[in-house]
Design a protein around this ligand. Structure first.
Ligand code: ZN
Ligand code: ZN
Ligand code: FE
Length: 751
């Protein structure tokens, strides 16, 4: 019997090269014992000098591999173990527990170098990876993370790969997706006409064939890491037009993939922060301001000043750009409203009317993930779709919660599983009013419960009686505690938890729509408070009626008509040309009955102003009217504001509207009017902020809700609040839109 130190390391410590690192470090220090993957942690058994064991612990914290993340280390002394002669790596043992799963990571520099090295045995190998890079979450079927529990299990390792896999000093030691030309997945091209396979294999020949098809103006479905992309030459106007037509997608922008930073800088403005993000291991799509659209088709992002761009992340993306000098459209392959397609057969049945060719590979995708999307504002990264590269990374909470499940909202849905101070948001899932998307939601939910071994004791949902997630949550009320948290409060709580903020703040929750505590539709709310004391609603935009809610959201001119009929009937004359006689009389009558819905949504106010300025009367994708209003406003630098009124607890903008109508009639520059409207919103926010600061002695302000995806508004708000001496909180890890709601709902589960 000998004194032995047992360390249990928790966090993201599996599948990230942690055991080889432990092995190397222990051997360097001359310690004996072993390391093994357990399903809740990595267990390290150490025998040797106490001093060396202490040194080992220090190095564990300081030098852990780049993709690992240590959330806790437990230490125990034991006298029950035999004496070991050396340090070794032991087979995984199965045990119940909480384990982190790494997201999927872009090809690392070392793998890239090997892929480009004619002397390397993986020269031009399309599926190269190592413990520092490659697919993870998308291929994991079971934990602990071992080859046999991934979709790579069907590929038998060749001798050379097996040698690397078993060599503790190799960068591919226990790299589960390890493979090579001899033993790994294959790519193949299939034409949509008939069953004909045009080519298959792993060679550069095949990659060249793929890029030839792109150059010929064909539309391709290319299987990626988390699902299929629809791909075509972004400089080929006809190809982009054809893709729009076949996909029945009129205006919604397409994301692009570009070869490298040089290509990005040719078309777009790029600062150092943005450059770093584009090159990061997460490889998100970044929305970047257009410098010169050049040869890129205007149909890629109609009416927008920004393009969504990402750099290659799968090895074969890089290989494709060996033959391509143009940006390509790379948009998630799905049927409108449905989740991204990830299965070969499903692609063939669902994309047959959209694409000319399929590029398949035979590494199955177990978990769908979309590309993540974000932008940089005033030096801060704002994620607006959190998926590949980020999910299922945990978020560390400033509070402790019961084992819980927060179900989120309904659009841009995302649920969060949590326990103690760890929250694991799901990837972006989408609009749950779509049946296929709801299935994706429940499937992912089951997977999460299974993988992360958290048994919720409490479920938290939105307050909206008609959200499918509310229904789902309430179904559980027979078995466990169910709580409901109001949507716009959840937005502010989400910001507080995202930033680990402790204290009181003034929270601006500016949004599309959500169900209010008074049964009206909220969306332009100001709260004060904290997690401990709760949030108190202190201001909101004055209610106005909305007739035919879903129709109105798609037709901003309807919102304008509702607003004017209710508040400024004599001004209807000015926009009469937008409406039929029937619509005019029906709306006027309905509003007189007063038996209608009322809203305080700022998102809807943006829609209405967009229509008023004849920028967009009806939309073809979510928030289009507000986005185009922002684009128009971005073209002006005017500093003026319109009048408005702050009453006891309401923000009134009748005068704002009257002045906008007058400006428009005088023929003022439309970008100036749009900008003045943005300035007005920021001005009223700061004035409210000052009033509340004086009244409650709070100098923290926070911004959350979908409206803050408007970067002109966000950036102006940050600047003006800063100039007025406020401390500012904006999101960091989760979206300000409804993708962040479930994180905020966790305040309902505080221990
Ligand atoms: Zn690598
Ligand atoms: Zn091999
Ligand atoms: Fe919302």
């Amino acid at each position: 019997m000998v004194r032995t130190t047992v360390l249990k390391v928790y966090g993201r410590v599996q599948g990230v090269g942690f055991r080889p690192f432990v092995y190397k470090t222990a051997r360097e220090l001359g310690l004996r014992g072993y390391v093994l993957n357990s399903s809740g942690n990595v267990k390290i058994i150490l025998q040797g000098d106490q001093e060396k064991i202490n040194k080992f612990e220090e190095r564990l914290k300081r030098e852990a591999p780049p993709l690992s993340y240590i959330s806790a280390i437990e230490r125990e002394e034991s006298f029950e173990l035999e004496l070991f002669e050396e340090f070794f790596i032991k087979e995984s043992e199965k045990e119940d527990g909480f384990v982190f799963v790494s997201p999927d990571i872009a090809i690392c520099e070392e793998c890239y170098r090997e892929m480009k090295d004619p002397k390397d045995r993986r020269f031009n190998y399309p599926f190269i990876n190592c413990t520092n890079c490659g697919p993870r979450y998308t291929i994991i079927e079971e934990l602990p993370y071992d080859r046999a529990s991934t979709t790579m299990k069907r590929f038998n390792m060749c001798e050379n790969c097996e040698k690397e896999y078993k060599d503790p000093v190799s960068r591919r030691f226990h790299a589960q997706p390890i493979s090579c030309f001899e033993c790994g997945p294959r790519l193949w091209i299939k034409s949509k006409d008939g069953d004909q396979t045009i080519g298959s294999g792993v060679g550069l020949e095949l990659i060249k064939k793929i890029t030839d098809l792109i150059k010929q103006g064909k539309i391709l479905a290319i299987k990626g890491v988390g699902g299929f992309h629809l791909v075509c030459d972004a400089t080929n106007n006809e190809a982009v037009a054809l893709l729009r037509k076949r996909k029945n997608r009129a205006h919604k922008p397409f994301a692009l993939m570009m070869k490298d930073i040089t290509m990005v800088e040719k078309y777009l403005y790029l600062d150092s922060k943005e450059k770093k993000l584009l090159l990061s291991k997460e490889r998100p799509i970044l929305l970047l301001k257009i410098k010169n659209l050049g040869d890129i088709s205007e149909l890629v992002a109609p009416n927008l000043l920004y393009l969504g761009v990402m750099l290659p992340y799968a090895p074969y993306h890089h290989l494709m750009f060996d033959f391509l000098d143009v940006p390509v459209v790379m948009t998630s392959a799905n049927i409108s409203g449905e989740p991204i397609i990830s299965d070969n057969k499903e692609a063939e049945t669902k994309l047959n009317t959209i694409v000319d060719y399929y590029i398949f590979h035979d590494r199955d995708i177990r978990h769908k993930t979309d590309d993540s999307v974000g932008f940089v504002v005033n030096g801060n990264f704002q994620i607006i779709r959190r998926s590949r590269g980020y999910a299922p990374d945990p978020i560390i909470l400033p509070i402790k919660v019961k084992p819980s499940l927060a179900l989120g909202g309904e659009l841009k849905s995302c649920f969060t599983l949590a326990k103690d101070n760890i929250a694991i948001p799901s990837p972006y899932i989408g609009d749950l009013t779509n049946k296929a998307t709801y299935e994706f939601y429940t499937d992912t939910l089951k997977e999460y419960l299974h993988l992360f071994k958290i048994e919720p004791e409490i479920i938290i949902t939105d307050l909206h009686p008609l959200y499918v997630t509310t229904e789902l949550g309430l179904d559980f009320s027979k078995f466990m505690e169910v709580k409901q948290i109001q949507h716009h409060k959840a937005h502010i709580y989400s910001l507080i938890l995202d930033r680990g903020f402790k204290g009181r703040l003034i929270g601006f929750s500016f949004d599309g729509t959500g169900y209010g505590e008074d049964e009206h539709i909220w969306g332009g709310e100001v709260f004060i408070g904290s997690i401990e004391e709760g949030l108190q609603r202190v201001y909101h935009f004055e209610y106005f009626p909305i007739v035919g809610a879903d129709y109105a959201i798609e037709n901003p001119k309807r919102i304008l008509l509702c607003y004017l009929s209710y508040n400024l009937p004599k001004f209807i004359e000015k926009v009469r040309y937008k409406y039929s006689e029937a619509e005019l009389s029906i709306i006027t009558k309905m509003i007189e009955t007063k038996d209608i819905l009322y809203t305080s949504s700022l998102g809807r106010i943006f829609d209405m102003v967009s229509s008023l300025l004849d920028i967009r009367d009806s939309i073809t994708y979510e928030a289009q009217a507000a986005i185009e209003l922002e684009m128009v406003a971005t073209k002006s630098n005017i500093l003026d504001i319109y009048p408005y009124e702050l009453k006891q607890d309401t923000i009134e903008i009748k005068e704002t509207l009257v002045e906008i109508i007058k400006d428009k009639e005088r023929g003022e520059n439309i970008p100036d009017i749009a900008r003045k409207f943005h300035n007005t919103i920021v001005d009223l926010m700061v004035n409210i902020g000052k009033l509340l600061r004086d009244l409650y002695d709070i100098d923290y302000v926070g911004f959350s809700g979908g409206v803050f995806q408007n970067r002109l508004l966000l950036s102006l708000s940050i600047e003006l609040f800063q100039a007025n001496g406020f401390n500012i909180l904006i999101h960091k890890n989760v979206p300000c839109n409804d993708g962040g709601i479930s994180l905020g709902q966790l305040v309902g589960a505080i221990k």
